[in-house]
Design a protein around this ligand. Structure first.
Ligand code: ZN
Length: 322
């Protein structure tokens, strides 16, 4: 992959996690699996891995108010249909509305930054992620038509923010096009920690080979090294991830990855600074593969992105409401 780097490396073999997570499937699975079961039957199987799945609670509203389109000029904006209706509000925490998530803090981490490519020296700077040192950040991938992952992640983050604020949550973004690059992966983790977030989700889309399709949620493995100590968050993060995976399937109707995670949509990793340095429940989601034409058609669809945001948000709501 040409976009490997911090929080975008090919994941390690998660085979060892298969057993416990598969057990969790039995405990948590309810509905929402019919769609991907059919889908998965047609998928490739060069995968392995582990996972669990649970359905989220369908408690979040399903619509985000439409806002003026704000096509970004030049550089990274490319293919796809209409541009995000969710525009460029400040990344600071917004006042929480009354709702079931009142008092809850959600941090959304839009992966990469649309301007990272202009700051290669800065984003290539090594940062300590506990287990090792790695690049501050990466540019992210894009579709073959040039729709940048960093635009996708911001768009989905804006849609999620609108959904979660309606539920009463206090929502903070780690970046909102309001900084020249980054933040670095260690800072992304620390933003969630400083916010004392009840849940953090890092939004991404993958850059795998054509034919590789579907989403996967990345859970923190148990790491205790240097500044990293995920032992307290492995359990709740696994639950958060399972709920997100379940609601993502149900709301989007799309299948878990056919190339990683053994069809479960869940993968555990110990190499991601954004997870290793988190002290609050946190997962990543790779919403699809930008380098596959069929997945790209979804990822560039504003209607699908709304579903993706709804699916992730419903998983968060389910996790936070217990
Ligand atoms: Zn990414």
């Amino acid at each position: 992959m040409s976009y490997t780097g911090p929080d975008f490396d090919p994941p390690p073999n998660p085979r060892s996690r298969r057993r416990p997570l598969t057990v969790a499937v039995a405990a948590l699975v309810c509905g929402g699996l019919l769609g991907w079961g059919v889908y998965a039957a047609t998928g490739g199987t060069d995968d392995d891995g582990a996972g669990a799945r649970a359905e989220g609670s369908p408690s979040a509203p399903s619509r985000t108010p439409s806002q003026p389109a704000s096509p970004s000029a030049g550089d990274t904006e490319g293919g796809g249909d209409e541009e995000s209706p969710a525009s460029r509000a400040p990344s600071a925490s917004a006042p929480a509305a009354a709702g079931p998530l009142k008092g809850k803090v959600v941090v959304i981490d839009p992966g990469h930054n649309p301007a990272n490519f202009r700051h290669t020296a800065e984003i290539n700077r090594q940062v300590d992620v506990g287990t090792h040192r790695k690049e501050c950040d990466t540019t992210g991938t894009s579709t073959d038509d040039g729709y940048a992952e960093a635009e996708f992640t911001l768009d989905v983050a804006h849609r999620m923010r609108a959904i979660l604020q309606k539920q009463g949550a206090t929502v903070k973004l780690t970046q909102d096009r309001d900084r020249p690059y980054g933040p670095c992966v260690d800072e992304r983790a620390r933003i969630g920690n400083a916010a004392k977030a009840d849940a953090v989700v890092s939004i991404h889309a993958d850059g795998s080979g054509a034919g590789n399709r579907g989403f996967h949620v990345i859970l923190p493995g148990s790491v205790h090294e240097g500044e990293a100590d995920t032992r307290a968050i492995v359990g709740p993060s696994s639950e958060l991830g399972a709920r997100i995976a379940g609601s993502f399937v149900r709301v989007t109707g799309t299948a878990p990855s056919n190339y990683i995670g053994g069809g479960t949509g869940l993968v555990t990793r110990k190499d991601l600074g954004g997870l290793n340095l988190s002290t609050v429940p946190k997962v990543f989601i790779e919403c699809g593969n930008m380098r596959d034409g069929k997945d790209a058609a979804l990822l560039t669809s504003a209607a699908w992105r709304q579903k993706a945001a709804q699916g992730v948000s419903e998983g968060i709501v389910s996790f936070l409401r217990g």
